[in-house]
Design a protein around this ligand. Sequence first.
Ligand code: 3HC
Length: 689
Amino acid sequence: MISINPTAAFMVDGDIATIMLDSPPVNALSAEVRAGLKRGVELASDVQGVKAVVLICAGRTFIAGADISEFGKPPTAPLLPSVLDAIENLGKPVIAAVHGSALGGGFEVALAAHYRIAAPSAKFGLPEIKLGLIPGAGGTQRLPRLIGAQKALELILSGDPVGAPEAKEWGILDELAEEGSLHESAKAFARKLIDRGAPPRRLRDVSEKIDAARGKPEIFETIRKAYARKFRGFEAWERAIASVKNAVDLPFDEGIAREREMFESLKAGNQSKAQRYVFFSERQAAKIPDIGGAEPGRSIGSVGVIGAGTMGGGIAMNFLNAGIPVTIVDASSDALGRGLQTIRRNYENSARKGRLTFADVEARMSRLTAALDYSAFSDQDLIVEAAFEDMALKKDIFARLDVIAKPGAILATNTSYLDVDQIAAATKRPEDVVGLHFFSPANVMRLLEIVRAAKTSKTVVATAMQLALRIGKIGVVVGVCHGFVGNRMLAARQREAMKLIVEGAMPWDVDRVLVDFGFPMGPFAMSDLAGLDIGWSRSTSTRSTIREILCEEGRRGQKTGAGYYDYDEARNARPSMFVEEVVREFSKNKGVAPRAISDEEILERCIFPMINEGAKILDEGKALRASDIDVVWINGYGWPVYRGGPMFYGASLGLENVVVRLETFQAVLGDDFKPSPLLARMARQGTSW
Ligand code: 3HC
């Protein structure tokens, strides 16, 4: 065995050579790995008697892609395309042997090889689109030659991996290996090739599959239309389509040169920078400085949920999906019945769309038990309360749970605003109490705010983080404050949105500006969806806000066919003349003369106070880092990922510029805009979060 460098080794067994890469954790293609790989190929070429080459990785996975952490730095030779050319042009067959994941540049390495074999559990994908990129080392040129333009584009635009058995069906793989004996299987495959005298098979020379798409621009137009909505605001996807079209229309060398140009220009652009930042931020969020990865956590084998409403049902589904039995308790048998029906209906809808089998539906429902009484919670490992937002009620629930739950059970509240310390104080075991704040719809949204109260134990926080991972959520640890991270910042935006309409903008103006910025919907459309009457009651309503007036007029949102907007039967929104009159009248009564408000002002007034609030949250230690705040906003509130989150956005504008604008607004509109001490200090010092 020859050790080429710390990440690559070369060995020969008879007439078969193996290049083995070993660069933990995921064999990303750093400069050292690229150099090792290139040297391995040179050795394979030079060493006499070698007739075929196996390219394989040590550790938990094949190559998971380019080393994303190198993207902001000046490139170091050898560059990936030249390494791939060396592989493809080697005069001896190269077999990529894949286990774990072959992603991005890793998949492209496998495509530059002449043959591919994989463990049945392996996965193949081109996730570059999720980083605001297109594949940059031949993925858009070689993959269409292997599986056709349409299938290649599906993989590239979804960014999701495909499993080895399916990859075999599609023609990506030549053979499936036996699980656990990949190297032996790859060598056996190499032997067959040698015995057959099989030549290197270069994908650049294969054209049958792309010939089929030539002269059919409609293929690309159809795909463009299908993805336009999903990718509104994103830059990379249309380039991905253009590049695959180039594979069909242009010679290989020209297509690959254009692919590289597009990749480089996207890599240098703001969207990809933001999306790469989000990639690392999401992984960073899992790291809690005073806990570390070693904290064991408790085992969670059963979960209780209090409340069978929309939230409780959605929360229960997460655990059922992960194979964890759930007992759901509600005081009313009607509510329980409705809740169970809704869960079943949701699952059946997924099954009808092909996302689950009907057997899966039954398996999940069989894990669900309903009960009317808390005594059903005596043996649960975790109990999540999802009752109304009422402190007295929550305290009462937790005092009762304290009596019933077994020692060591975790008692969690799904409160979105309330003081978890106070809730914990209703028990004699505050160290076992934590906030688990799910976002609606709770079975869909990826975010889980894990509210660490003053006395929550480290084990409980560690368990909550592990559980988040197990149910497919991104857990972000936050501190106790009104609304925690997400809703506290949302309140700042809502406040400004409401003020803007009193000053002269219309709800649809504000919504349009925020949708153009990249949010899936604006604050008023969001209120209509959630219901204007959340927290409203007729008995206490005094027509003192626009919302109260609309509620009193029966305009309580989409569910009543009217809110800030009018809705038709298909729930399409239209600006409402009635609301316009209500708003104008309201302003008049307040003595405010409506003025024309620019889109720029709307945007700054909605977004900059959020950044300011984020700075306060950071200063108070309610979030561990600015990037955690961004992870919250991207995964819980639809902040456009290509803008990196509010804190990243503020920093990219320059904190000093944000402060200048806040101070300008403060001078006219008051202290809602007063820059937080942290923000002001950073702006003055020219530093950032
Ligand atoms: N570059 C640099 N670091 C990477 C990386 C990459 N491509 N992929 C993963 N890492 C790091 C992570 O940041 C993490 O570091 P940390 O421990 O310090 O936080 C560590 O590797 C482990 O990663 P995960 O926590 O994500 O481990 P999982 O086991 O959950 O997932 C994975 C493994 C599926 C490989 C996942 O890490 C992943 O999806 N990675 C990114 C894959 C990707 O996007 N590849 C395309 C890159 S762009 C490209 O290749 C361009 C080309 O076309 C030229």
